[in-house]
Structure formats: structure tokens, C-alpha cells
Design a binder for this molecule. Structure first.
Ligand SMILES: CC(C)(COP(=O)(O)OP(=O)(O)OC[C@H]1O[C@@H](n2cnc3c(N)ncnc32)[C@H](O)[C@@H]1OP(=O)(O)O)[C@@H](O)C(=O)NCCC(=O)NCCS
Length: 244
């Protein structure tokens, strides 16, 4: 059973977080060990926090999974920060995917187009889940944590409205910034990275499937680093509108 949470559900969300194994807690809080106060604070709902919770029919008062987005004071109206968590004994059964689907719908209905998350590069289940929502890498991995954004409208994300520097799309490459990526970032370019099609993750390339990709259309420059994506590289060369 999935439903939107209210402030009265904060206690049950807090109890869910307290049941998490050390590994799940570490992944939820991207490596840091949260203090008791921090866990309590991140259980709250309302005041910029929108939450969807999952419960079993047999125990409706108990929360077994949660997805939330948080609109920070500095966030533009169309962006928010995302987090998802599922109780350890119920992971890997499709609940995370169901929660993510629902929170993406709720976010879209609230006018949020972009959901960003900091994810540990070892957190394969979370990255796999996010990769189905037009995920782009916005910050290469540092200390094992990568910054990503997903879109709530089913398309690959382009750039936010107010972008500084030239928009450079890197197709492929690794989570960590190699020397070439570091040089690119040092130029002041607004670099976004697409991980390319990953059939094993259920992620396709919209250029190949629909002939359109917002990131390709928005980009001022495209750097192709795909290892097994020659067809995407050819498609980029064909479809990219000529730049003045
Ligand atoms: C990330 C998390 C929310 C995913 O929830 P989940 O219910 O386990 O995910 P699902 O069962 O919906 O699985 C999603 C995909 O990941 C895969 N997956 C899930 N757990 C996996 C595991 N341990 N190993 C390999 N693949 C896994 C599934 O196969 C599934 O792919 P599929 O749809 O092709 O089968 C859950 O693992 C979790 O709570 N982790 C700890 C907190 C966290 O990391 N939060 C994210 C940081 S914001």
C-alpha cells in the first residue's frame, strides 16, 4: 500500500530509519554516519518535504519504505532533492521501484521537473533505479559519491534554465572525473554526463528509440566517450542540429 505521508507519519518513518542495517543507513546517508538528531530531522514531513510511504495491508501503521523530495531554500521552483529507502528485509522485491514511480508522479504534479540525488557509486540498486528516469550525472564522483539528476517527465534532462558557461554533454565515461573531464570542468563549462544506453539496467537511448534527446539538443558541445555505443555516436552526429 503506497500513500502520501502527512506530518503524523514522521514517527513511523523515524522507526523505519532506526531499523536499517549499517549498510543501508550508510547508503541512505551517502557514507556519513548520521547522528540521532539527524535521523529524527530527516523523518519529518511537511515544510518543503513531500513523502510517499509504503505499508503492508496487515500493518498499516508501520512504514516499510519511503521516498521523499525536499525543496531547499536555494532550490529553483522546478528542482528538489530526492531520497528513497526500503526496509532491509523487503529490499530487492520491487518496492523501491514502486516508491520511485510514485514520488516522480507526485513531484511532476507539484511542478518539480528535476530531482537530484547524491548516490554512492557502489549503490548499484539505486543507480539502476534512477537510470530509468533520464538520469544525467551532474557532479562526477568525489569520495565515492556521485551527483545525479533525474527528470519527472520521462525524457532525458537537459540543462536548467540558468546555466553558467558553455553546456557540454559528455556521453559515456566513468563516474569519476579523469584528467580530461577535470580539464573540461576547469574551463568553467557546465558539464553534464549521460551514462549512455544500458539495456541490462532497462535504460534505453532516446536518440535511438525516439530520434530525440533533450540533452543532445541543448548542448553547445558533445564529447563522446561511449565504449560500446557506436550507433549512439553516429546518431548524435546525424541528429544534432547545426550550431551557429
Ligand atoms: C536503493 C533501494 C531504495 C532500492 O529499493 P529496492 O526495493 O531494493 O529496489 P527494487 O527491488 O525495486 O530494485 C530495483 C532494481 O535494482 C535491482 N536490485 C535491487 N537490489 C539489488 C541488489 N542488492 N543487488 C543487485 N541488484 C539489485 C533489482 O534487480 C531491480 O532491478 P530490476 O527491476 O531490473 O529487477 C534500497 O536498496 C535501499 O533502501 N537501500 C538503502 C538506502 C539507499 O541506498 N537509498 C538510496 C540513497 S538516496
Amino acid at each position: 500500500m503506497l500513500r502520501e505521508a502527512g506530518s503524523a507519519d514522521a514517527r513511523a518513518i523515524h522507526e523505519l530509519l532506526l531499523t536499517l542495517s549499517a549498510g543501508s543507513l550508510r547508503r541512505r546517508f551517502t557514507g556519513a554516519t548520521p547522528t540521532a538528531d539527524r535521523i529524527l530531522q530527516l523523518s519529518r514531513v511537511g515544510a518543503g518535504v513531500v513523502s510517499v510511504i509504503a505499508s503492508a495491508d496487515s500493518a498499516p501503521g508501520e512504514v516499510v519504505g519511503e521516498a521523499r523530495f525536499v525543496r531547499g531554500d536555494d532550490d529553483p521552483d522546478d528542482a528538489a532533492e530526492l531520497a528513497v529507502v526500503v526496509r532491509d528485509d523487503l529490499q530487492h522485491r520491487g518496492l523501491g521501484a514502486a516508491l520511485l514511480d510514485r514520488i516522480v508522479q507526485v513531484a511532476a504534479a507539484c511542478g518539480v521537473r528535476r530531482l537530484r540525488a547524491d548516490v554512492m557509486v557502489e549503490n548499484f540498486p539505486m543507480l539502476k533505479l534512477l537510470s530509468r528516469y533520464g538520469m544525467v550525472v551532474t557532479t562526477p564522483a568525489e569520495d565515492g559519491v556521485v551527483g545525479v539528476e533525474i527528470s519527472t517527465d520521462g525524457e532525458v534532462l537537459g540543462w536548467p534554465e540558468h546555466t553558467c558557461g558553455p553546456k557540454v554533454l559528455v556521453e559515456g565515461g566513468s563516474w569519476v572525473a579523469g584528467p580530461e573531464m577535470q580539464r573540461l570542468l576547469a574551463t568553467g563549462a557546465d558539464v553534464r554526463q549521460c551514462i549512455g544506453p544500458k539495456p541490462a539496467w532497462g535504460r534505453s537511448c532516446p536518440l535511438l528509440t525516439h530520434g530525440r534527446c533533450r540533452a543532445v539538443e541543448d548542448a553547445d558541445e558533445i564529447v563522446v566517450r561511449l565504449q560500446q555505443g557506436e550507433s549512439v555516436a553516429e546518431e548524435i552526429a546525424l541528429r544534432r542540429p547545426p550550431r551557429p
